[in-house]
Design a protein around this ligand. Structure first.
Ligand SMILES: [Zn+2]
Length: 271
């Protein structure tokens, strides 16, 4: 019996080590950017409300996550920390800030300075042009490359290419990205500003946050992203605040895919 207990304890430790990232430090991994680990599939059977319990979406592109361990991850935080909705959400003090690209609706250095005042030890990462500006403003930043996987501030994530084939507003050469975050056994993919890309079919995604409207994105492309990733849950962001477009999008999702969106930072789950 004693032996059994010891074996169970070791098994538990091995399981924990396999599913939990090491806290602190910047550890780059050259693995395939599939956003998938031993945790893949763990989200099976979960509902949208459960998966989005510790997630909030403000304004167009500002998506925030809190892990079960209380680590706050902000993607493109462009809402001020003193904003009413931000304060009410409690998602105010970042541990990890990830920036997708340098367009001002995703990246506001002055606002980031306010977040660093709240947590000077926060880790910030983004593509090279973002990191350059952040450093010029006196903050620290790590550079992100599309196709790479990372662990920062105790969070595992992959950087996925984000670009448009047409026009020069989001060229591939800029190295801009979206992020697949591995949080509490589920994979959350924030696409950033991108067209649907073949790379998306390689990802393992539980909840997709696609660009829906504006900056070159549109409803058809966002539907294609849902199709490519085969995500069981989809939450459109970068919506321009157009609720009618959001609803049209959600009703157009593939059968069996559940959609949800945020209205005034409150989750609305579609039937
Ligand atoms: Zn953009």
């Amino acid at each position: 019996m004693k032996m059994l207990k010891t074996v169970s304890a070791i098994g538990l430790i091995l399981f924990w080590a396999g599913t939990h990232p090491v806290a602190g430090g910047d550890e780059k991994q050259n693995s395939k950017p599939d956003g998938c680990s031993s945790s893949c599939g763990v989200a099976d059977g979960k509902t949208a409300s459960k998966l989005l319990k510790n997630v909030v979406h403000f304004s167009d592109d500002d998506v925030r996550f809190r892990t079960a361990d209380g680590i706050n991850v902000f993607v493109d935080p462009v809402s001020w920390p003193m904003d009413d909705l931000v304060v009410k959400s409690g998602m105010v003090k970042p541990d990890l800030i990830l920036i997708t690209h340098s367009h001002q609706d995703h990246f506001q250095p002055t606002i980031l300075q306010e977040y660093f005042k709240l947590n000077p030890r926060a880790v910030l990462a983004g593509p090279p042009d973002v990191a350059k500006v952040v450093r010029e403003k006196g903050m620290e930043a790590s550079e992100i490359k599309p196709g790479q996987s990372y662990t920062m501030a105790g969070v595992k994530f992959s950087a996925v290419p984000a670009y448009f084939l047409e026009g020069d507003s989001h060229p591939k050469a800029n190295g801009w990205v979206g992020y697949v975050l591995q949080l509490d056994g589920a994979n959350y993919y924030v696409t950033g500003d991108t067209q649907p890309l073949p790379e998306m079919a390689e990802l393992k995604v539980d909840v997709l946050f696609p660009l829906l409207y504006g900056c070159g994105g549109n409803l058809e492309q966002a539907l294609k992203m849902a199709d490519l990733t085969k995500a069981p849950f989809v939450v459109p962001v970068h919506t321009g605040g157009h609720e009618e477009v959001i609803k049209k999008y959600l009703t157009g999702l593939p059968k069996g895919v559940q959609g949800a969106y945020y209205k005034d930072a409150k989750l609305v789950v579609s039937p």
